[in-house]
Design a protein around this ligand. Structure first.
Ligand code: 3PG
Length: 306
């Protein structure tokens, strides 16, 4: 039985080595497809795979159809908007993610981005400090909570909104709970976004919310570019010359934003939130262990398409 690791954006070498060891120790075959440039390479590689480990690689209905032996696909990471869960279910393929395994790396990047923007992208212009400022965290899951604890340690006032948590749970996890999204945006010098990309959230952050932020505010997006209404963002930045936007993965209109707003916007050239050796090892090895547990013992913990 073959376990294929297919990562357009490769894992650190130590993570690949660790995955291979877990797979081979379980008596399974290990295969690797890295840095591929077209979906057709993935489609060809899955032909005889029993299990598949991916990152943000798109596992479409076409990929599933090309993998008749596939029993399980694990997204080594948190967000699973790249998996066609319906196609997986129809084909009897178990889909999983590895929640929490790469959260610290993303949280550290969110903090770094706040400082980077507050210090004028490390230009000599006079900047500002994050200590004493209010941070609003949109979704208080694994990443959001880590951002909150790090921000609190840096002297920020931390508030959070999460539709799946009560006010008491948010407080117990270390943040002040806010009533609604309007309050989150209008009362936060920084908002850090940690919502998944779903039909409900895509395009949900636009002009009105962004314009409601206080003077000099920074919007930090290490989640998914799709949750931003890009036209609305552009209009907000035009209307409010004091606002800034920083994100991990450029919006489609990034060239234009950069041209218009210069140092007020910044996007990483390639999604790098989880791109640390530690995160790769944590998520990659967890994915391999989950596959072995499923194939050997039928363990369906972390299954997404139940
Ligand atoms: C995630 O959802 O886990 C992060 O966005 C990381 O994605 P990546 O594996 O593509 O770096």
């Amino acid at each position: 039985m073959k376990v294929l690791v297919a990562t357009e954006k490769p894992f650190a070498a130590a993570a690949v080595k660790g995955i291979r060891e877990i797979v081979e120790q379980a008596g399974l075959e290990f295969a690797l497809l890295e840095k591929y440039s077209s979906p057709s390479e993935l489609i060809a590689a899955v032909a005889d795979a029993t299990a598949l480990i991916v990152r943000s690689d798109k596992v479409t209905a076409e990929v599933i159809a090309a993998a008749p032996s596939l029993k399980i696909v694990v997204r080594a990471g948190a967000g699973y908007d790249n998996l066609d869960l319906e196609a997986c279910s129809k084909a009897g393929v178990v889909a999983m993610n590895t929640p929490g395994q790469n959260s610290n790396a993303v949280a550290e990047l969110a903090i770094a981005m706040m400082i980077y923007m507050s210090r004028g992208q490390f230009t000599p212009a006079t900047g500002s400090e994050i200590q004493g400022k209010t941070l609003g965290i949109q979704a208080f899951g694994n990443v959001g909570r880590l951002v909150g604890s790090k921000a609190a340690a840096l002297g920020m006032k931390v508030r959070a909104l999460d539709p799946f948590m009560t006010a008491e749970q948010i407080q117990a996890a270390g943040a002040e709970s806010v009533e609604d999204i309007k309050e989150l945006y209008s009362g936060s010098d920084f908002v850090s976004i940690h919502i998944p990309a779903t039909p409900q959230t895509i395009g949900s952050i636009g002009r009105e919310l962004i314009c409601s932020m206080p003077k000099g505010a920074v919007l930090v997006n290490t989640a998914r570019k799709e949750v931003i209404d890009e036209q609305g963002l552009m209009e907000a930045l035009e209307l409010r010359p004091d606002l800034k936007y920083v994100c991990d993965v450029a919006p489609d209109n990034y060239a234009l934003l950069k041209e218009k707003f210069g140092l007020r916007v910044f996007a990483t050239p390639k999604k790098m939130g989880a791109q640390t050796a530690e995160a790769n090892i944590n998520a990659g090895l967890a994915a391999a262990r989950q596959i072995v547990s499923y194939l050997k013992d039928g363990c369906t913990r972390f299954q997404l398409n139940k």
